[in-house]
Design a binder for this molecule. Sequence first.
Ligand code: NAP
Length: 314
Amino acid sequence: METRYLGNSGLEVSLVGLGCNNFGRRLDQAQTSEVVSAAIDKGITLFDTADIYGGEGRSEQYLGNAIKGKRENVIIATKFAGDMGEGPMKRGGSRKYIIEAVEDSLRRLDTDYIDLYQMHFPDLHTPIEETMRALDDLVRQGKVRYLGHSNFTGWLIAHTHHVAMRDALNPFISAQNHFHLLNREVQPDVQPACEKFGLGILPYFPLASGLLTGKYRKGLERPQGARLSDGLMADRMLTESNMDKAEALFEFAATRGHTLLELAFSWLAQQPAVSSVIAGATSVEQVESNVEATNWILTDEELAQIEDLLADIS
Ligand code: NAP
C-alpha cells in the first residue's frame, strides 16, 4: 500500500483509507470488526469517523472495539462540531464544547489519543481564534496529534493558516471536502488553498456514494440493499445527467482495460494535494477491491479526454 504525507505534516497515511460512516448504521459491531480487520490486513492505516456517525457515537464506539490490540497500526481520524444533542451546547467550535467533545470521543474510541481531530463544519459564530487555541491546547496535552478541518471554504483555509502562523498555534494539516469525478466544487478555491498552505485533501464521497463503482448501470435494475437502491439519496445521485456521465466513464475505463471503480480511485489519487481516498465500504469484498483500485496512472492525454467527455454531457 502506497503511503503519502498528510499535507506538510510528518504523518504518513495509506493512499486508500476507510470511511467509517456505515458503522452503527448499515453495519453492526460484528460486520464493522470484519471490515476493519480486512482493511488493516490489506495495509489501510487511515480510518475516518466522526462523533455523529452511526447515531449516538456508535461509529466511534464500533471502530474503537474493532481496533482493540491494533491501536499502533491505525491512524484514527474523527470529527467534532456536528449536532450531538439538543440545544446550543452540543455542537460547534466553542472552547467549552471542544473540551467536552474530545473527552466523549476518546471514551467512545477507548483510546487515550486521537491522531487527526477534524472540525466537521465551520462555526462562523465562534471566533476562529477561540476554536484554534482550544484545539492547540489538546495537541499540547497529548490528547490529539494533528488537526484537520472539513467543509471549509478557500478563504477560511487561508484565514486559519494565517491565524496559526500569527499566534504560533498548531495549524490544520488536512481538509476533508466533497470531491469526486462528478463533483468538482473544491477545484476553484479549496484545492489551490490546500496546495498553497500545505494541507492534504481527504476527498469525501469519493465514489459518489457508490455510483462510481460501476454497479448502477443505465437501463439495468439497481442492486438491492445498496446505499443508492432507493430513497432520497438515490434520487439526488442517480439523475439522468449523472447516470449518463457514469456510463461514459464506465466505457472510457473499459476500453482501456480498467473498471469504473479503478478510474474513480486513480483519478482522485492523481489530483493535486490529495493524500488519501477515504472510501466507505460495507463488506470485506469491497475493501479488497478498493485497495487495488489506485493502480491506474492516467496520462495527461487521458485526463484531458475525461474532461472533454464530461463536458459534452449536460
Ligand atoms: P463513498 O465512499 O462515495 O461510497 C461508499 C459506498 O459505496 C459504500 O458504503 C458502499 O455502499 C459502496 N461501495 C464502496 N466500495 C464499493 C465497491 N468496491 N463495490 C461496490 N460498492 C462499493 O461515500 P462515503 O462512504 O459516504 O464517503 C467516504 C467517507 O467520507 C465516509 O465514510 C466518511 O468517513 C466521510 N464523509 C465525510 C463527510 C464530511 O462532511 N466530512 C461527508 C460524507 C462522508 P453500498 O454497499 O451500500 O452500495
